[in-house]
Design a protein around this ligand. Structure first.
Ligand SMILES: Cc1cc2nc3c(=O)[nH]c(=O)nc-3n(C[C@H](O)[C@H](O)[C@H](O)COP(=O)(O)O)c2cc1C
Length: 95
């Protein structure tokens, strides 16, 4: 097991190929993030306002949660918010 991990998501296979090459070159383990419902060839069509990828990019609400040994959630949302511009963040919950 390598100490480095290359985690990737690829809808069409282009990124998958690149990640595979990089992981081999850098000696990293490879981990594919897979969608529950695989993408069809038509899904990533950004020229189609009704395609899956277009619809998936709009109106996201993120509901973060975390676990801890006793610390609270604190200001974690402030750190997360810049990573998802335009998304609505619900208050974080400790579980
Ligand atoms: C929804 C969507 C938006 C995209 N936007 C851009 C873009 O703004 N500029 C660009 O050069 N390529 C854009 N692309 C093309 C992809 O980044 C490119 O084809 C990439 O290699 C796809 O890799 P993957 O299918 O393996 O994830 C977009 C693709 C999709 C599906």
């Amino acid at each position: 097991m390598a100490k480095k991990l290359a985690a990737f998501f690829s809808a069409s296979g282009v990124t998958k190929q690149a990640a595979g090459k990089l992981a081999k070159q850098e000696g990293e383990d490879l981990f594919e993030i897979k969608p529950v419902q695989p993408y069809t060839k038509a899904d990533p069509d950004w020229t189609n306002k009704k395609s899956r990828s277009t619809l998936e990019m709009t109106g996201k609400t993120i509901s973060p949660f975390a676990t801890s040994g006793g610390s609270g959630y604190g200001r974690s949302n402030k750190g997360l918010e810049p990573s998802a511009a335009g998304a609505k963040f619900n208050p974080g919950r400790m579980m």
